[in-house]
Design a binder for this molecule. Structure first.
Ligand SMILES: CC(C)(COP(=O)(O)OP(=O)(O)OC[C@H]1O[C@@H](n2cnc3c(N)ncnc32)[C@H](O)[C@@H]1OP(=O)(O)O)[C@@H](O)C(=O)NCCC(=O)NCCS
Length: 429
């Protein structure tokens, strides 16, 4: 039996049968419901797409009530523990885990494409001395479309593949250079003897030594953080990539739009807010009064709560473990003690329990990034590097999805109508 909805329009008394597929109804079916033949059909008002599916996707599965996150069916916990960021990137893009040969070719290709055209370096040097690294990253990724004009041929599978490899490969180079720029340090070229994440650390921190050797525990922790951020289905930046990509523009321009969305404080900036909050609390003794402030509605416990997860964010558990590894190398961040105490109290306190407020991915990630000597402006750049394979997997899926159309929502018009225009000279006379 096909599932359906019977809708009765009380304006006309007519009844409609609307099919239910995959737990959704089609907005177009609702559009057939009209008060009269010459009137517009019924539409759905949903600012922020809170209850609207914009696509079918086989990339990432989330069950927010149970705290489940899977990429292509594999649980995030297993990927974070046993895989590498580049293998996860392959999985997201290609839909399946690579054979040994596929993996070697993939790693070789990504490594081979880490360099950027020397002119890219030239224009990045032209940014103001204090340019925000995220603004630099967004602009330079957008600019890559001018270096690869063939990228506009998005219907050609081979062209799509090469742009995907280029973008995953070059993102750390552009991100690291944006970081060095604000510090007035020379840009470091990629070292293709190193792994993806070790090379990124080299481009960030290498000075006069002939070879930069990062501590393996740091490399693993950062690689894990990249895995945790690699995709999160239809979040704001992914929606931006899909929306811009739906115009059939090249993928550099679409991903630059995603970076723009991630730049905003409601999306990529929460871990910075957590750090600011921990610094403001300052010591464990101040926690009870802070918690009281949250309950009274004067404060927000940053890094707690999530639109989708109404249970412990599975990524937060993994990050907590990564914290231990990083702090073993860097020494413990004194803010960790405050964070752990806050978490302990919040998990027992009725206010948070009742509202299903649990730590999210941002609660601990800022502490790790700070321990690794990143200034807060870099946190979102790290997020963007991790999210790149997800954005591209979603873009690739979009380009092959026959049901997709150019993104073009409806609106409810609330302005004036049919006014008579009086020319300026008459109005001001
Ligand atoms: C993430 C977030 C925006 C989700 O918001 P949401 O799904 O719209 O949830 P709501 O704002 O409707 O919150 C539901 C209730 O919990 C409360 N709440 C939600 N997050 C809270 C927080 N971090 N601290 C204190 N109270 C919080 C709200 O005040 C509301 O309480 P009420 O029912 O008494 O009014 C929100 O939890 C938040 O602001 N968290 C802090 C910022 C953050 O960590 N963002 C990163 C997300 S990855």
């Amino acid at each position: 039996m096909t599932e359906s909805l019977t809708v009765r329009d009380n304006r006309t008394g007519l009844e409609y049968e609307v099919p239910i597929t995959d737990g959704t109804i089609r907005a177009a079916d609702i559009g057939q419901i009209k008060p009269a033949e010459d009137q517009p059909g019924l539409a759905v008002y949903d600012p922020g797409f809170v209850n609207t599916a914009s696509c079918r996707s086989s990339i990432t599965y989330i069950d927010g009530d149970k705290g489940v996150l899977e990429y292509r069916g594999y649980p995030i916990e297993q990927l974070a523990e046993k895989s590498t960021f580049l293998e996860v990137a392959y999985l997201l893009i290609h839909g399946e885990l690579p054979s040994r040969e596929e993996y070697d070719t993939w790693v070789h290709n990504v490594t081979y494409h880490t360099f950027v055209h020397e002119n890219v370096k030239g224009f990045m040097e032209g940014f103001r001395y204090d340019a925000h690294p995220m603004g630099m990253l967004m602009a330079s990724v957008g600019a890559l479309s001018t270096f690869y004009p063939d990228a506009s041929n998005i219907s050609d599978p081979e062209t799509r593949d090469i742009q995907i490899i280029r973008m995953i490969a070059k993102m750390p180079t552009l991100g690291a250079w944006s970081f060095r720029h604000a510090q007035g340090k020379p840009y470091v070229y990629p070292d293709n003897d190193l792994s993806y994440t070790a090379n990124f650390l080299s481009m960030l921190f290498k000075m006069s030594e002939s070879k930069y050797e990062a501590d393996e525990r740091i490399v693993k922790a950062l690689d894990t953080l990249f895995i945790l951020h690699a995709d999160h289905e239809q979040n704001c930046s992914t929606n931006a990539v899909r929306s811009v990509g739906s115009s059939q523009v090249d993928p550099y321009s679409a991903v630059a739009a995603g970076i723009g969305a991630l730049y905003g404080p409601l999306h990529g900036g929460a871990n910075e807010a957590v750090l600011r909050m921990l610094k403001r609390i300052g010591s464990k003794e101040n926690i009870p009064s802070f918690i009281q402030g949250v309950k009274d509605g004067n404060e927000r416990l940053m890094g707690f709560g999530h639109r989708v997860y109404k249970n412990y964010d599975p990524r937060a558990k993994i990050i907590k473990k990564a914290c231990d590894d990083v702090f073993e190398v860097t020494g413990v961040n004194p803010l960790l003690e405050i964070a752990q105490e806050l978490e302990k109290i919040a998990l027992e306190d009725e206010y948070f329990v009742k509202r299903k407020l649990y730590p999210n991915v941002d609660f601990y990630s800022g502490l790790i990034y700070e321990a690794l000597q990143f200034p807060p402006e870099m946190f979102t750049v790290l997020f963007a590097i991790g999210r790149t394979p997800g954005w591209l997997a979603q873009w690739l899926e979009l380009t092959q999805d026959k049901e997709q159309k150019i993104a073009r929502p409806k609106q409810i018009y609330t302005g004036a109508r049919t006014l008579d225009f009086v020319p300026a000279a008459e109005r001001w006379a």
